[in-house]
Design a protein around this ligand. Structure first.
Ligand SMILES: Nc1ncnc2c1ncn2[C@@H]1O[C@H](COP(=O)(O)OP(=O)(O)OP(=O)(O)O)[C@@H](O)[C@H]1O
Ligand SMILES: [Mg+2]
Length: 306
């Protein structure tokens, strides 16, 4: 068996609030596995349990057959973590942040120095190694946290929204590094709000909603399975939709209104689209995405909080 991470009926309750409600998944060695879902869905909570930071209420969570509740030291030694929040030490330089982190893993100072220098090179931060954290841009901080997560040569990398807030160039840079790490056989668990990021990077993913898994699969399979091939977004504040919705229903498309936008998802929307030709300013015709999978399953967009 090639499974490296196994979650079975994982539950996390904060006092009475069930943040994670019986989540199961398994991740193969070398896979990039995604956790998607809106704010509050439970992504960070799952990652914190996996990283032995927060105990499970019930269920089991294992890495390489080792229970996260029991063998925390062994697990912490083999995982690299990029938390959602930037938690670099502002009193230390870029280089010192890496070296101090290496101490948690009992890495000798000579090896720590070598690894830190090489990681700064890989993440294009060598020129900043003596800089203070507050002089770095958001993208540099994120790159440094990623470098820090690799200081212990982890076999599993846990990335909580690694590219949130970054510009497209910085995101592409990080995607490139992650692909390299994956090609070296590192297993990656990543959460993201960017559907394009998940689509590009993840071999498989789960979509979470209210602490439950609502869909699981390969991105390229999930989209046609749940959302069909085509999407129309109609701004109903700018056009009348009378009659259009009946046509969409007749074409057995999925229709959902979210505020002033009506979303129509289906496999052949050509007839509806031609009906809307004179309203072209208010209509967007596009291929479906993972975002539409979420919409189809919950009736909400990913931007709406629970
Ligand atoms: N320490 C805590 N104490 C109480 N409730 C918490 C705690 N941490 C998280 N929660 C709650 O658990 C739920 C899941 O939170 P979590 O941070 O896992 O969501 P998320 O999917 O990571 O969201 P985001 O996309 O905003 O990062 C939320 O309702 C949150 O308010
Ligand atoms: Mg989170």
């Amino acid at each position: 068996m090639n499974t490296i991470i196994e979650a079975r009926d994982v539950v996390k309750r904060y006092k009475d609030y069930p943040a994670v409600r019986g989540v199961s998944f398994s991740i193969d060695k070398g896979e990039c596995f995604g956790l998607l879902g809106p704010n509050g869905a439970g992504k960070t909570t799952i990652m914190r349990m996996l990283c032995c930071v927060s105990p499970l209420t019930s269920g089991t969570l294992k890495i390489s057959g080792t229970d996260v509740g029991i063998h925390q030291r062994e697990i912490k030694a083999i995982i690299g973590v990029v938390p959602q929040e930037n938690n670099l030490d502002p009193d230390l330089t870029v280089l010192q942040n890496l070296i101090v982190h290496a101490r948690y893993f009992d890495i000798s100072s000579r090896v720590a120095q070598e690894r830190a220098e090489s990681l700064l090179e890989i993440f294009q931060l060598s020129e900043k190694k003596q800089s203070r954290i507050n002089t770095l841009s958001g993208g540099m901080k994120r790159r440094l946290i990623l470098a820090r997560g690799l200081i212990n040569n982890p076999t599993v990398l846990v990335l909580d929204e690694p590219t949130t807030g970054l510009d497209p160039q910085a995101r592409h840079f990080i995607w490139g590094r992650l692909r390299q790490l994956k090609s070296q056989g590192i297993t990656v668990l990543i959460s993201s709000h960017y559907m394009d990021e998940a689509y590009r990077l993840c071999d498989r993913l789960i979509i979470l909603n209210n602490g439950e898994v609502i869909a699981e699969g390969r991105p390229a399979e999930l989209v046609p399975r749940y959302a069909g091939r085509e999407a129309l977004e109609i701004d109903v504040s700018r056009t009348g939709v009378d009659g259009i919705l009946e046509k969409a229903e007749a074409a057995s498309a999925f229709i959902q209104r979210v505020e002033d936008t009506v979303y129509i998802l289906g496999n052949d929307l050509e007839a509806i689209r031609s009906e809307l030709r004179e309203h072209s300013d208010a209509v967007l015709y596009r291929p479906t995405t993972l975002e539409d999978v979420f919409l189809r399953l919950t009736g909400r967009t990913l931007l709406q909080e629970q």
